[in-house]
Design a protein around this ligand. Structure first.
Ligand SMILES: *Cc1c(COP(=O)(O)O)cnc(C)c1O
Length: 406
């Protein structure tokens, strides 16, 4: 059974838009994916029929809303193969999930402790660890990459010392597309007794994620990059860690009993969900998971890989093309520059032709420094893109490049 892309595209009214008189070609799904009708309708349904605060009321609508949130939690548990819904914490997104872990685990770190990151991390997996350095002398150690954009695994292995406390690594690079060998990375860390957080923001939309097969200690991702609404994310954490960690924020929903003398905290996962959650978003995220499940994430990935292969071949024909990230089996993103044209000018002219691409440092300035560039143009694919769009895009890049490299 293959995907019916025309039928899929019909689920996205936004794809019928025109930009500067040209049909929109949306090639920025790694920044945020578009949202199908099924998910938007779930948002509407929540507002029109069920809106009530969760976990508190006895009234029918409050119970319905609670039910919808908890149903999504179970869908997420199943989707990532977590052992229990106690291990599925709803957050605002990947960034908040990583901040939660850095802040809460960080309390247990001491002067001289070391954290291993990689040079390809998104700022949201760098800065939360740097914030710990305000209070403690914590050392960040950075795994380098080779020319293809693959991690230097022997450098990584050599980085462990008796002071290593934590490893935080992206599953898939949002710039290079590299799919890191996280299973192996985790195995090595665990052999030193060190826990690992995986930034899954770019993996969750495209890969079958199995947290138990990976044996990761934490896994963070965002709904808005996987056909879901903005403002919702998931932090998976092994119960053994979450049960020991202190809450990240205090407030309603996360308490057992409160008095001015002593407050106790709620059970997992609620201990980490202070305040009214984005229950509308969470409910609609459930619809996004249903949507991906119906299409089949493996099938989607295979289709996207076809677009990636075609786009890479077409772009490589263009004079002066430089593609950053050539790892085998990479994810569906291409970062590039052509000749002397700046990423910004290239992106601006492409927009005038209807192509939505990302330009700049992609929240990965240390990686840009490593690559020796200010920024790149990045295109990324999702299930609603077509081969015809890819071919038109390559022609447009050739045209824009000819204008800018005269
Ligand atoms: C987008 C992204 C993030 C941040 O996700 P938010 O949804 O903005 O919190 C983190 N890491 C990677 C690799 C990303 O691509």
């Amino acid at each position: 059974m293959s995907l019916d892309i025309d039928k899929i595209r019909a689920d996205y009214p936004i794809l019928k838009r025109e930009i500067s008189g040209h049909p929109l070609v949306y090639l920025d799904s790694a920044a945020t994916s578009q949202t199908p009708r099924q998910v938007v309708e779930a948002i509407n349904e929540m507002y029109y029929r069920h809106k009530a605060n969760v976990h508190r009321g006895v009234h029918t609508m409050s119970l319905e809303a609670t039910d919808m949130v908890e149903q999504t939690r179970e869908k997420v548990r199943e989707w990532i193969n977590a052992e229990s819904t106690e291990e599925v914490v709803f957050t605002r997104g990947t960034t908040e999930g990583i901040n939660l872990v850095a802040s809460s685990m960080g309390e247990t770190f001491a002067n001289g402790d070391e954290i291993i990151l990689t040079v390809m991390e998104h700022h949201s997996n760098i800065v939360p660890w740097q914030l710990l350095q305000r209070h403690k002398r914590i050392r960040l150690r950075v795994v380098p990459i080779d020319a293809n954009g693959d991690l230097n695994m022997s450098a990584y292995e050599d980085m462990f010392t008796e002071n290593t406390r934590f490893v935080a690594v992206t599953h898939v690079s949002n710039v290079l597309g590299t799919v890191n060998p996280v299973r192996r990375i985790i195995e090595i860390a665990h052999s030193h007794g060190v826990p690992v957080l995986v930034d899954g923001a770019q993996a969750a939309p495209h890969l079958r994620v199995d947290v138990r097969a990976l044996d990761c200690d934490f896994y963070a991702f965002s709904s808005h990059k996987m056909y879901g609404p903005s403002g919702v994310g998931v932090l998976y954490g092994k119960k053994q860690w979450l049960s020991r960690m202190t809450p990240y924020q205090g407030g309603g929903e996360m308490i057992g009993n409160v008095s001015f003398e002593k407050t106790t905290f709620a059970e997992l996962p609620f201990k980490f969900e202070a305040g009214t959650p984005d229950f509308v978003g969470v409910a609609a995220f459930g619809a996004a998971i249903d949507y991906m499940k119906a299409l089949g994430v493996e099938q989607m990935a295979e289709y996207e890989h076809g677009l990636l292969t075609l786009a890479t071949a077409e772009l490589e024909k263009i004079d002066g093309m430089r593609i950053f990230g050539t790892s085998a089996g990479k994810g569906a993103v291409i970062s590039f520059l052509v000749g002397q044209a700046s990423a910004y000018d290239t992106g601006l002219l492409l927009d005038k032709l209807g192509f939505a691409v990302r330009t700049g440092h992609h929240c990965a300035q240390p990686l840009m420094t490593h690559l020796g560039v200010q920024g790149t143009v990045r295109v990324s694919f999702a299930v609603y893109n077509t081969e015809e769009e890819v071919l038109r895009f390559a022609q447009a890049v050739a045209r824009v490049s000819a204008m800018l490299n005269r």
